[in-house]
Design a protein around this ligand. Sequence first.
Ligand SMILES: *Cc1c(COP(=O)(O)O)cnc(C)c1O
Length: 437
Amino acid sequence: MNGNNEAPAPTRPMPVSHGADLDRQLALHGGVPVRRAPWPTYDKGAVFIHPDDEQAAFRAVRSHLYFRYDHRPQNETECGRFEDELCRYFGTRHALAVSSGTAALALSVMGAGVPAGSLVACPGFTFVATPSAIVMAGCRPFLIEVDDDLRMDLDDLRRRWHPDIRGIVAVHMRGFAADVEALAAFAAEMRVPLIEDAVPALGAELNGRKLGTFGTAGAFSTQSDKALNCGEGGFLVTDDSTLFARAVALSGAYEGRLRRHFAGAEPPLSGLDLPLLSLRMDEIRAALLRAELTRLPQRLALFHRNYAHVATALADLPGIAIRRPVAPGAYLGEAFVFRVPDGDAGWFARALRAEGFDARNIGADDDLNVRAFWNWRFLYHTADPGEIRAMLPRTARLLTETVDVPLSSNLTLDDCDDLIRAVRKVAAGHGVALARP
Ligand SMILES: *Cc1c(COP(=O)(O)O)cnc(C)c1O
């Protein structure tokens, strides 16, 4: 209670009413946008790099030793040390640094011994890299519906199960954990390996355990949009020594170099039995990644802080359904993903873009988004999106309802507040738009 509430209020100039209207009016309709500064994203240079990271890369450049398998012992190379540090970070027996996340995923599938030509199940909502890696491994992607929170639906996987399915790839898409505990139990029941595409979830945990350590192997990317960034790169982690040895040999550890990954002990197989695909990591990128790994906890804390700030502020906003994590905190926080179940998500994303945010409607027809399965034309005998969408009708509907906004770890809380204001403004405008006859 204000004890002075009986005193006459000091007169203040009233806000000019048409100005307030302009603020409320959507930028899409000529109003003032919430934000004029570019929304920070990695492709505009908003990356989490410390001067010490740059120095580490410069040191590697000046060493002139760029190849990981040169005269030095494994534990004196940047790649070898990076792999040791990854084993400690993830608590796994093995880690292998490679040239991309797609390579890490393909090597995991091949390393797990999934025979060429088999079906490998993966969710209908993922980046095109997932089915591409399955193709790269000589297998055939078998798409499964996702649930309301865009996770691979175990019930649909059971329903569609086919004896030719010889592996499952779970995806922690946009940093949100898949229901990977249930999927691992199911994979064990079916006696097939579970590979985690943990690419977008580097460092995120589910029930106190790091994503990427639930399956037979976990694959990660270090491309610029991921939690560790060296431009292009990736790695896999596993406890399975046979899978690991195959992946090392396939990645290009020729002429006995495979042995370096087993501390001089005899590897479980000979590298001569496998083709050499040359998917190696180099020393310059490994040096950069090693330095970044020391600051990964700070970066993860920023992702979580920003995501929690936005999601909490908008939790009760009518008209949108924010993607729910499978367990409390089981996400990275790199993206704010929500559905507009009874509305027009394409319109919602356009309105947010007009307000100054890099929002996308995942299933938009006018956006060849490669996270929408009907744009993976290489998988089908048809290029007709309607025909392809009918193969996974629920996933198609959900993606059509979904809006995705990237949340850089470089965002300040003021940036997050801009987004919160914009989503509220657009949701209010959307309500009006819906109410119109
Ligand atoms: C980025 C991404 C990849 C691919 O990683 P690259 O390093 O670009 O090959 C794979 N899967 C998912 C889910 C991704 O987001």
